[in-house]
Design a protein. Structure first.
Length: 229
């Protein structure tokens, strides 16, 4: 069964929820526990021995390019137009050159097991997508409702019990078939749910959504109390 060996890091967003912190820097370059959010994500990728990393860029893209200069990351340029998560992934498919692929958001920190290693271990041939989730009561820094419910076989449906962490494995055919342009991953998930092909697995450790300024202290406290992956 093919396993993913390429990772899409989402780093193109405007970071508006961070207010003044993103006035002059992109959200992935905000520091948490002495390291940028982007470097936390790259540490996860390195520990999981991912072979190829693609980073999409839009807002203050030159800063992210400079931060990663000399490294192995490949850039997917969205400076002309922000393509959202689905459109960004579709745009990057030729660079990723893999099916399936990992994707990872850059606005979270983790403790416990490596999230990409967890996904790789749980990947199954019948899946179109596998999302790493946490129970809603363990979603640090997450102020909204849950995203999914999960049945005894691991299949996901829309619900409130689990929160999506921003880490997943996806088969790419549905993204390649869509017209070029901006679109969210959400309708693609819904197509996978309707076909019975969207699965979840629960993260073994801590997770903090670093989407707002007040979440930085929560994330640093979590990292201090647990093992940073």
């Amino acid at each position: 069964m093919p396993e993913p060996d390429a990772l899409m890091l989402f780093a193109a967003g405007l970071g508006t929820r961070m207010r003044d912190l993103t006035r002059d820097r992109p959200k992935p370059l905000i520091a948490v526990g002495g390291r940028t959010l982007l470097d936390h994500a790259l540490d996860i990728a390195a520990a999981a021995a991912v072979g190829r990393i693609v980073v999409n860029v839009h807002y203050l893209a030159d800063q992210i390019r400079a931060h990663l200069a000399g490294g192995a990351a490949i850039f997917s340029d969205e400076t002309a137009a922000l393509l959202e998560t689905g459109g960004g992934l579709a745009r990057a498919l030729p660079l990723l050159a893999s099916d399936p692929v990992f994707t990872l958001n850059t606005d979270a920190v983790w403790t416990g097991a490596n999230p990409l290693a967890e996904l790789r271990a749980a990947w199954r041939p019948e899946a179109e997508g596998l999302l790493l989730v946490v129970p809603r009561d363990r979603a640090t820094g997450h102020g909204g409702a849950g995203d999914f419910d999960m049945d005894g076989t691991g299949r996901l449906r829309r619900g409130t019990d689990y929160v999506y962490t921003g880490a997943q494995i996806l088969r790419t055919a549905r993204f390649a078939a869509r017209p070029a342009g901006a679109f969210s991953i959400n309708p693609v998930w819904d197509e996978m749910i309707a076909a019975g092909g969207l699965y979840g697995t629960a993260h073994d450790g801590g997770w903090c959504d670093v989407g707002r300024p007040e979440s930085i202290a929560l994330a640093e406290a979590m990292l201090h109390s647990g093992r940073d992956v």
